[in-house]
Structures are given as structure tokens and as C-alpha cells.
Write a protein that binds this ligand. Structure first.
Ligand code: CTP
Ligand code: MG
Length: 245
């Protein structure tokens, strides 16, 4: 009975706009990948970590992570996040019964959150995601052809038309780590993407691939500290959170 955590770090970080891949960017003076890996190890419920690195950057990744209290392996990721997770999943052996998938872009995910997800999987839920209530009003929109130039001569902005307002009490913003029964996640990666495409389902995370199989996905309480660093704004927020720890 072992838990393997796949830590996705093969992205380039286009929206963050740095010269280096996002996982190598420091938060509070420590590379994001090292913080994320330490958070997983500190949970006490992760037995091994496999990191997906950008092509040709595996040795740099090992160096950036530094010493870790659990075994850590690095594999090259793929062109998409899904392909990277699949590459990491290739390292899960028959002794692995639970797989966690976590984004290096969420370096401050607290160990207690990791534990919450793994405990839920070990109590019989075969797919578990952390989620938080949404606080903004969420509206569905469609493009609205017109793109009028502002009177002051400013450049034209795209305009969208609101279709409806969603009931936010039923909505959750989903985070990582997501936890799965190993065989279920392998089946989801083998079959889920094609099914999701055929049925026009959004499968933008691993749980989405499981949903496409028709298997129930459960949710536990997320944590605001597990925010995803996408933009420079997010990085500034993460720096402040780390200062306060
Ligand atoms: N990721 C990955 N392999 C890819 C793409 C993304 O392992 N081919 C990882 C990223 O490293 C990140 C996580 O998936 O930890 C979530 O992706 P995102 O936040 O979109 O990171 P990037 O793809 O690096 O950023 P951007 O989309 O701005 O380029
Ligand atoms: Mg991306």
C-alpha cells in the first residue's frame, strides 16, 4: 500500500512571463518545485514523488528540488499537462495503490490538505478533489461580434454578451492535489480523453477524465493557500503568504 505523488512541473510558464520554466522560479527565495515537493513530503502520507520536467531539464530539476525526505524521481513531461501526468503515471508500479496528482504551480498547498485528500481516497472514495466555494458572481458569455473602438480613439476591445448567471452556491473552484485509486486513474488516462471529447465534456483536470468514465468523483474542502501561481499577481500573493508563515 503506497502513495505516489506525480508533481507536474513540465510547463513553460508563458503567462508568468519569466525567462525560465515556472517551476524553477523562486517564491520566498526557494524554487517553486522545492516548496511543492516539500509540502507533499511533509504530509506524512506520500511515500514517493515523481516530477515531470520540461524536455532536457531533468538534471536541473533534481538540483532545484534538493534533498527530500521521501524518494524522488524525475521524468520528462509531454506537450500538454495531461501528457505529462501520463508520463508520471508510467512510474506507478503494482505496489502503488493511491496516486496523487499535484501542480508545482501550487507550491503552498498545506500538508494538511494533502493528508485530507489521501485520507478520503483511503476511506473508499476512488477519486477525490479539493474544492472551495466561489465568491465572485459567475456569468456564462458568448462572443458578441461588435468590437467598437472607444470614442477617445483607444484600440477596440472585444465585447461579449452575457447568456446567464450561474447559481454559485452549487459551484466550486477545484485545486490540486487530486487523489485517485491507481488503476482508476490509469484507465481514465487510457480511455477518458476520447470519451470526454465524444461527449463534449470538459476534461481540463484528471478528475474530468474520471468523470468521463461515469465514475463518481468526490470533493473535500480545499485551502486558499493552495492557490495556483499563473500570473505575476499570483506570485506576489504567494510571496506575501509565505512571509506570513
Ligand atoms: N504542466 C506540465 N506539462 C505541460 C504543461 C503544464 O507538467 N506540458 C504543469 C505545469 O508545470 C504546472 C501545471 O501543469 O505545474 C499547471 O499548468 P499551468 O499553471 O498552466 O503551467 P504552465 O503550463 O507552465 O503555464 P502557462 O500555461 O502559463 O504556460
Ligand atoms: Mg499551461
Amino acid at each position: 500500500m503506497t502513495t505516489l505523488a506525480i508533481l507536474t512541473a513540465a510547463g513553460s510558464g508563458t503567462r508568468l512571463g519569466r525567462e525560465i520554466p515556472k517551476a524553477f522560479v523562486d517564491v520566498g527565495g526557494v524554487p517553486m518545485i522545492a516548496l511543492a515537493a516539500r509540502g507533499l513530503a511533509a504530509s506524512g502520507v506520500v511515500d514517493a514523488v515523481v516530477i515531470t520536467a520540461p524536455p532536457g531539464r531533468s538534471a536541473d530539476m533534481v538540483a532545484a528540488v534538493g534533498p527530500l525526505s521521501v524518494p524522488c524521481d524525475v521524468v520528462e513531461g509531454g506537450a500538454t499537462r495531461q501528457a505529462s501526468v501520463a508520463a508520471g503515471l508510467g512510474r506507478a508500479d503494482a505496489a502503488t495503490d493511491v496516486v496523487l496528482v499535484h501542480d508545482a504551480a501550487r507550491p503552498l498547498a498545506p500538508p494538511a490538505l494533502v493528508e485530507r485528500v489521501v485520507t478520503a481516497v483511503r476511506s473508499g472514495r476512488s477519486a477525490v478533489v479539493p474544492g472551495l466555494p466561489v465568491t465572485d458572481t459567475i456569468k456564462r458569455v458568448v462572443p458578441d461580434g461588435g468590437s467598437p473602438a472607444a470614442p477617445g480613439g483607444e484600440s477596440a476591445q472585444p465585447v461579449e454578451r452575457v447568456v446567464d448567471t450561474l447559481d454559485r452556491t452549487a459551484l466550486r473552484a477545484v485545486q490540486t492535489p487530486q487523489g485517485f485509486d491507481r488503476e482508476l486513474l490509469q484507465r481514465a488516462h487510457a480511455e477518458g480523453a476520447a470519451r470526454a471529447a465524444a461527449e463534449h465534456l470538459a476534461a481540463t483536470d484528471d478528475a474530468g477524465l474520471v468523470e468521463a468514465l461515469g465514475v463518481p468523483v468526490h470533493m473535500v474542502r480545499g485551502d486558499a493557500a493552495a492557490l495556483k501561481i499563473t500570473t505575476a499577481h499570483d506570485l506576489a500573493v504567494a510571496e506575501l503568504l509565505l512571509e506570513g508563515r
